[in-house]
Ligand binder design. Structure first.
Ligand code: PLP
Length: 360
């Protein structure tokens, strides 16, 4: 079976097996991680090693804090605005698809939102080129969505926003490629796309931004308070932090983000090449801005979609249905998707196309 779901997504079998082996008795403690007090030495050790492994993976500069929070990226669309708009109640947003649209909608409650660039007129089939951006030099921050999970577009370059901190929703491509966090004031990601099970939202924030929250910010979502309390103001999502920690170890063992990026690029390149080689399939996204994580495409005859999905499922290729707003087919190729899964999908697509072309 290969699970192409956009999220929660496929997890590495090795990691699931390790979690299974440790389920009833974590490291001789006699406890399952599921039943540990969050103030225990055991959980502190789990959180500390997850934090230090994530720092290692990212080569994270010392002036950044890693927070393990709840709420999901959708909650943090509002929470990051509350945390960053205390001094200047204005922010720039780049609208590149479904999720940046949600982020804009949530942030509007807390300040003036300037949509500095939008790919909406182009049907979200590209990232707006930097020359088109109309940035506000006095904004509290500039927000981008590095990978649009529903639309299949991804940034393959980073803007220079000068003194305005760059903030990024990286939910669907966090740890999928090399990342220089020093280019950002804040990055955040729900875990369940590429980093582990649902329930955990990772926020990485530059220390100089920890003191600009609105007074209405709830304590458990106050990034500054959580930074000074090791993300333990209230009960953290303990098991999800533990699972994310196992993923960090798995990524380090794989050779870190350079190796991960190389593998992900090869997987995506192969699938896009197969789509472009056959007019039976069609990818609407411009080649330079295509997502390496969520490959979105259509059948040139959309009436065959249900049959495509049913036959794929019979062959163990699961959850290929596109997002509700975009339709079509979507193959999510997160870190845990092995190259063999992509090969199986390409083989199926070629057979399906050949089978239907002879009928026409
Ligand atoms: C899935 C997703 C979200 C929403 O995540 P939740 O955990 O459901 O809040 C936000 N942004 C992006 C880019 C996503 O892919």
């Amino acid at each position: 079976m290969f699970n192409f779901a956009s999220g929660p997504g496929q997890l590495p079998a090795e990691v699931l097996k390790r979690a299974q082996a440790e389920m009833l008795n974590w490291h001789g403690s006699g406890l399952s991680v599921l039943e540990m007090p969050f103030s225990s030495d055991e959980y502190r050790e789990i959180a500390a090693s997850a934090t230090s492994d994530l720092r290692k993976l990212l080569n994270l500069p010392v002036d950044y804090h890693i927070l393990f929070l709840q709420g999901g990226a959708y909650a943090h669309f509002a929470l990051l605005a509350m945390n960053l708009m205390g001094n200047i109640a204005a922010a720039d947003y780049i609208q590149t698809g479904h999720w940046s649209g949600r982020a804009i909608h949530e942030a509007r409650r807390y300040g003036r939102i300037n949509i500095a660039a939008s790919a909406e007129p182009a049907g979200f089939n590209r990232i707006p080129p930097f020359a088109e951006w109309r940035l506000d030099p006095a904004a509290a921050y500039c927000h981008i969505t590095t990978n649009e999970t529903a639309n299949g577009v991804q940034f393959h370059w980073l803007p220079d926003t000068g003194d305005v901190p760059l903030v990024a929703d990286m939910t669907s491509d966090f740890l999928a490629r090399q990342l220089d966090v020093s280019r950002f004031g804040l990055v955040y990601a729900s875990a369940q796309k590429n980093v582990g099970p649902a329930g955990l939202t990772i926020v990485i924030i530059r220390d100089s931004l920890l003191d600009q929250c609105l007074d209405i910010t709830p304590a458990v979502f106050n990034y500054g308070l959580q930074a000074s309390s090791n993300s333990r103001i209230n009960t953290p999502p303990i098991y999800s932090v533990y699972m994310a920690g196992l993923i960090f170890t798995w990524l380090l063992d794989m050779g870190g983000l350079t190796a991960v990026e190389r593998r992900n690029k090869q997987k995506a390149d192969r699938l896009y090449a197969a789509i472009d080689a056959d007019s039976f399939y069609l990818c609407p996204v411009v080649p330079t801005d295509r997502s390496q994580m969520n490959v979105c495409f259509h059948l040139s005859d959309p009436s065959l979609k249900i049959e495509f999905l049913n036959q794929a499922e019979k062959q163990g290729l699961l959850n290929l249905k596109g997002h509700g707003v975009t339709g079509g087919i979507r193959a999510s190729l997160y870190n845990a998707m092995p190259p063999e899964g992509v090969d199986a999908l390409i083989g199926f697509m070629q057979d399906f196309s050949a089978g239907h072309s002879t009928l026409r």
